[in-house]
Design a protein around this ligand. Structure first.
Ligand code: AMP
Ligand code: MG
Length: 476
């Protein structure tokens, strides 16, 4: 379909007026295309030939009216670092409408009623990070929001220094967050709360419609998909960095990519966010924080659903999370199902990797090729004994498993590449001087991280020492 044939709908605007602010995008000066995501365009039924037209740039810049588009920003609240902020909302994201249940949003497209002191803009650096990370998650089959395209501009914005503004067009089956529910509950707006829950069920959980105790069931589903998401993050070594309740998708997706990081060396306590001085959102804390966030959601839903029942549901969160974690880790270890002793084998592997300062992605990929010769594996760590001990146990465990099958499964479960921050920084540094080729390269490996790319071999090794475990600022 051509861009001018698109028809957008806006089901969210069927909710009461208090749920949003109708606002138009403020386009950027001299916009230009940096990257277009062909696969996402295809899902949206947009012709590939449209992606290198001026109209596409205008579309991403909010400067192109599409039939049915009625632009708005959404209102939400949220617990940020444990403290409740009663009113947040899309301070710089303008929703432009829905195509086939997928909602398009322009992040960085100007101020809204919810901008507070912000300028409604997003800098190029953080937009590149969001664009690449969402593709990386998709490549790893981890639920995520998508990006349709990324534009840069000559528009100056002030952060710690003057930077250029950009816009990413984000696409998701929902932009509702735990914090959206918290907003209505905390305002005592129970009719709006119910309308929001019904809307979410209609759009994202249609199989629940008409069920008894439907809001309790909604909570149950969100609990399950959130626990699965946490297990997936933990299994690939992803630290989100800002797990505030306003950054938790009601549909169990990874959203709002800020100071995230894929692990370099395996470190339980890895903290990627520079402002997180207490380590609240450290790598290892994520499953527990997600549970805490689910408690906030549970409280927000309490006017609609039975608190006792929801509390019981939350009691099984740990068990479900661990089951998922073991499921994903057993796949990564090439084990068929989880048997007695596997949980200890997994935990001890993590401890061993941490002790030996081993690059997590490199180790798992190298282990996928392991057939008894330990040299390549041992060279990933500082010293040998703990790894030899662990490998003795692993050898015993895989003895009965077919070698070829195991290798096949492991190469599908252990990416050759993850987008570590030093790699993305390389793309940003080049982009800042007008060279977007590294964005293209990283997009390619993000999309298919299980493939081998001889030309990108340098990104498959351990992170260079000087770039390991760096923290990122929240400013974006
Ligand atoms: P984040 O940390 O990106 O999840 O943002 C937290 C809140 O601050 C959200 O409500 C954002 O919309 C808002 N926000 C962040 N940056 C800006 C900005 N430059 N202008 C306006 N609002 C912003
Ligand atoms: Mg956010």
């Amino acid at each position: 379909m051509k861009l001018n044939e698109l028809k957008l709908t806006n089901p969210y605007l069927g909710l009461p007026d208090e749920c949003y602010d109708r606002v138009e995008a403020s386009p950027l000066d001299k916009p230009y295309l940096i990257h277009a995501n062909k696969a996402v365009a295809k899902i949206l039924n947009i012709d590939e030939s449209e992606l290198d037209t001026d109209d596409f740039v205008k579309f991403l810049n909010g400067d192109h009216s599409v039939e049915g588009s009625d632009t708005f920003a959404m209102c939400y609240a949220g617990h940020q670092f444990g403290y409740f902020v009663p009113r947040l909302g899309d301070g710089r994201a303008i929703n432009i409408g829905t195509i086939d249940k997928l909602q398009l949003q322009l992040k960085g497209a100007g101020v809204t009623e919810y901008s507070r002191n912000g300028d409604g803009r997003a800098v190029l650096r953080s937009s590149i990070r969001e664009y690449l990370a969402s593709e990386a998650m998709e490549g790893l089959s981890i639920p995520t929001t998508y990006c349709l395209g990324l534009i840069g501009s000559e528009h100056d914005v002030r952060r710690e220094q003057i930077e250029k503004a950009a816009i990413v067009c984000r696409v998701s089956p929902t932009w509702v967050r735990f914090g959206t529910f918290e907003y209505f509950a905390s305002q005592g707006m129970f009719e709006e709360l119910k309308a929001l829950a019904d809307y979410v069920i209609d759009e994202n959980f249609p199989h629940l419609k008409g069920k008894n105790d439907v809001y309790t069931m909604l909570f149950n589903e969100v609990m399950v998909i959130t626990s699965r998401l946490m297990a997936q993050w933990m299994s690939v070594g992803f630290t989100h960095g800002v797990m505030n309740t306003d950054n938790m998708s009601i549909a169990g997706l990874t959203i709002d990519y800020g100071p995230y990081a894929f692990l370099d060396d395996f470190r339980h306590e890895n903290v990627s966010n520079h402002t997180d001085t207490e380590g609240r959102y450290s790598f290892t804390n994520q499953p527990e924080v997600a549970k805490w966030n689910l408690q906030r959601l549970m409280q927000a839903l309490s006017p609609l659903a039975d608190m006792d029942k929801m509390e019981k549901i939350l009691l099984i969160y740990d068990k479900i999370y661990i089951r998922y974690l073991h499921y994903y880790m057993c796949k990564k270890l090439g084990l068929e199902g989880t048997v007695e002793g596997d949980p200890e084998l997994i935990d001890d592997m993590f401890d061993m990797l941490e002790t030996l300062h081993v690059d997590y992605t490199l180790f798992m990929r190298t282990l996928s090729h392991y057939e008894g010769d330990r040299e390549a594996l041992l060279s990933t760590g500082l010293y040998h004994n703990p790894m030899n001990d662990w490998l003795d146990r692993y050898d015993a465990r895989i003895k009965q498993i077919d070698k070829t099958e195991r290798k096949k499964q492991m190469l599908r479960a252990n990416p050759k590449y993850v987008l570590k921050n030093y790699m993305i920084q390389e793309a940003i540094d080049a982009a800042n001087i007008g060279d977007f080729s590294v964005v293209d390269d990283l997009f390619k490996i993000a999309k298919n991280p299980f493939e081998e790319y001889p030309e990108f071999e340098r990104w498959a090794g351990a992170t260079p020492k000087e770039f390991k475990n760096q923290k990122l600022s929240c400013s974006s």
